[in-house]
Ligand binder design. Structure first.
Ligand code: MEV
Length: 439
């Protein structure tokens, strides 16, 4: 039964646990014990994790794995992945190996421009405001210099400030549409701080400006915030090889296999129901790297799916072609990632992920992440157009089913052996398990 509580955040951790256990669970003792069993044994480390967010009761485990053999632009990587989905890491590793034998992945950063906007309402002559903005732009930049100084020292900063008229879609709505280069930082705090300063300067300067009516001076700043839609911050990852080298799938000639992959991609181009799942397969790889490296997966997800819908219909994020006997499979996605700031220096596992990747720059991490996405997407399509997805999927899921049934290590070994040549279904595994127990 849910009960309201006042001042929950002010309770001690112990009190919070007691309250939740008592009011929201059927066995308070078991809840207390469970939550505490997931605490880190080192109190200092636990405190570090507690302080990442509010009202922390315990830790939430997520498997942290690694997919080796990723050859990217001639360099080998082992890619750390944090994901709960059983087949993701295995599929990534398989695709990495497949493409390592065919020249590996090539990647390129296509742009690093991020966007933020000051949304405001201005009742008046837009051309006059435009001229005024031209005049005060240097003041805006100067006012923000405390914020931008260190970013500029690192080669980044504010790239542009433009005034946009949105009056035709919403009465009196105008915006400052600004772009930034945030170097190795994801840059959310930097961008938002700059935008808030721009808004303050705009309002202040307009109040003391001559030539504006009182109504024009009374602009209403609604909000200043970065946009997670970043079509200017893009990366491409691709693989290619002669069609005749696509020769590992029994039952299909290399030409048939290549044609099926192209068809699968074409379906995702025209059918949003399929496009969403097609892209979900790609995001299986992207998200796992984004999470392992402590980046903001909600921002990445929002930006990528908005990009997939940029033509007005939701479409595929990867593409395939066969031309002159050459198979090509590639993706182009927007990615705002950071390798400094945020959790990067705080979370020990994030630090380790970055170390495993050779302490990459943000641009390198964009390329690695897109590669993981493309590999994952290829692995899914390869299964889908050959054996079907359930073959590999259920094999990986077998262990989850056995764990759910409470199988011992020996029972797991025996049943995994038994299902090497048998189709895995929940019912079949349960029956085999029960039979084994009865015997
Ligand atoms: C499952 O997590 C992902 C897939 O559905 C992707 C796809 O269908 O392409 C297998």
């Amino acid at each position: 039964m849910t009960v309201p509580i006042k001042g929950f955040s002010k309770l001690s951790k112990e009190e919070k646990i007691n309250w939740i256990a008592l009011h929201h669970t059927s066995d308070p003792e078991r809840t207390r014990a469970l939550l505490k069993s997931y605490w880190n044994e080192d109190p200092a480390r636990q405190q570090l994790h507690d302080e990442f967010t509010e009202n922390t009761l315990s830790n939430y485990y997520m498997p942290f794995g690694v997919a080796p053999n990723f050859l990217i632009n001639g360099q080998l990587y082992a890619i750390p992945m944090a994901t709960e989905e059983s087949s993701v890491v295995a599929a990534a590793g398989k695709a990495a190996k497949y493409w390592m034998q065919r020249g590996g992945f090539s990647t390129k950063v296509l742009g690093v421009e991020k966007t933020g906007q000051v949304h405001f309402f201005y009742k008046g002559d837009f051309e006059k405001l435009k001229q005024f903005l031209r005049e005060i732009k240097p003041i805006m930049i100067r006012d923000a210099s405390e914020i931008t100084k260190s970013m500029e020292n690192r080669g980044g900063g504010v790239l542009s400030i433009a005034l946009r008229d949105k009056h035709d879609v919403l009465a009196n709505y105008r915006q400052l549409h600004c772009t930034f280069d945030t170097r190795d930082a994801m840059g959310a705090n930097f961008i938002n701080s700059c935008l808030e300063q721009f808004a303050t300067t705009l309002k202040r300067e307009l109040i003391s400006a001559s030539g504006f009516t009182e109504e024009e001076k009374a602009i209403e700043i609604v909000m200043s915030i970065l946009s997670n839609y970043i079509p200017g911050c893009m990366v491409r990852a691709e693989v290619s090889c002669p069609v005749k080298q696509l020769n590992e799938d029994p039952g299909l000639t290399p030409e048939e296999f290549a044609a099926k992959i192209v068809r699968a991609v074409n379906i995702a181009r025209v059918e949003p129901y399929r496009a969403v799942t097609h892209n979900k397969g790609l995001m299986n790889g992207v998200d796992a790297v984004v999470v392992a490296t402590g980046n903001d997966f909600r921002a990445v997800e929002a930006g990528i799916h908005a990009y997939a819908a940029r033509e007005g219909s939701y479409r595929n994020l990867s593409y395939a072609s066969v031309q002159d006997g050459q198979f090509r499979f590639w993706t182009e996605i927007p990615l705002a990632l950071g390798t400094v700031g945020g959790l990067t220096r705080l979370h020990p596992m994030v630090k380790l992920s970055l170390e495993i990747l050779g302490d990459p720059s943000a641009e390198q991490l964009m390329q690695i992440t897109a590669t993981a996405g493309l590999a994952q997407n290829f692995a899914a399509l390869r299964s889908l157009v050959t054996t079907g997805i359930q073959h590999g999927h259920m094999k990986m899921h077998l262990l989850n089913i056995l764990n759910e049934l409470g199988a011992t290590t020996r029972e797991k070994e025996l049943i995994i052996h038994q299902f090497r040549k048998q189709t895995v279904t929940y019912g079949a595994v349960t029956a085999a398990f029960q039979k084994m127990r009865n015997n």
